[in-house]
Ligand binder design. Structure first.
Ligand code: PGA
Length: 240
């Protein structure tokens, strides 16, 4: 695993966006795995800037988001559909038919949706470059501690800590979903290259356990130690 430590969040975001942009320029039909949350906001901002100022062309990429809440309509302000639209897709030129986000809207058969989503990733040829953050409990995507390293896209229950961390995105505690659809750890490990991003002191303990501790299903991100092409980009606070 290559570990890059940057002085701050802005530098982390720029370095990560440079890696993505370079990969897209080398291979325009790149298949990207994309995260949501606080950590990737800077990289999306930078990709939007590269698109408008440096002619970064995203018209041939395909994107697969890593997860989505169950029970929120796609237009709900806290859905990951909305997040992706606001922070990336409405500002760049990824064609809508090349964007994939699991559908967790009310009334969806989420088990079937999970199976179809996993198949869609395979049919596309697998993910070339997958970007992922880390939860303070060591989760990656919504693979909570205890998730199997061979897990696939599926319906999961969210950990208490994950729901607490999501509180700031919802109007009230009771609105926070209890379940999500997430790609599995097995799905993530099949990506050809992985960028792990972590920023801030709240992530330092999870980063230490994931990168330096034993590989264990208690720490989902530790599965990345087994992958041959991982670059972890940390700011100094997360690396501490
Ligand atoms: P964050 O979440 O980027 O909002 O800190 C990361 C995660 O929980 O995977």
């Amino acid at each position: 695993m290559q570990v890059l430590v940057t002085p701050d969040y802005l530098t982390l975001s720029r370095q990560a966006a440079d890696i993505v942009a370079e990969a897209v320029r080398l291979q325009p039909p790149l298949i990207l795995g994309l995260p949501t949350g606080n950590t990737p906001l800077g990289i999306y901002r930078e990709l939007v800037r590269k698109h408008s100022e440096e002619n970064l062309d995203l018209s041939r990429v395909q994107t697969f988001n890593l997860d989505e809440y169950i029970g929120l309509a796609s237009g709900h302000p806290s859905s990951y559909h909305t997040y992706m639209r606001l922070h990336l897709f409405e500002h760049v030129n990824v064609p809508v038919e090349r964007i994939h986000i699991p559908d967790g809207a009310p009334g969806t058969d989420t088990e079937l949706e999970s199976t179809c989503y996993e198949q869609a990733i395979h049919q596309a040829g697998g993910i070339d470059l997958l970007i992922v953050g880390i939860g303070s409990n060591g989760h990656i995507a919504f693979n909570e501690p205890g998730s199997s390293f061979t897990s696939r896209t599926r319906v999961v229950d969210l950990a208490i800590e994950t729901r607490e961390n999501a509180r700031r995105y919802f109007a009230s505690e009771k609105e926070i979903p209890h379940q999500a659809i997430t790609v599995g750890i097995g799905t993530i490990l099949e990506a050809r290259r992985i960028l792990l991003l972590a920023s801030g002191s709240a992530k330092a303990k999870a980063v230490a356990r994931a990168l330096g501790g034993p590989v264990s299903e208690d720490v989902p991100a530790s599965a990345l130690q087994h992958h041959p092409q991982v670059t972890a980009i940390l700011d100094e606070a997360a690396a501490r």
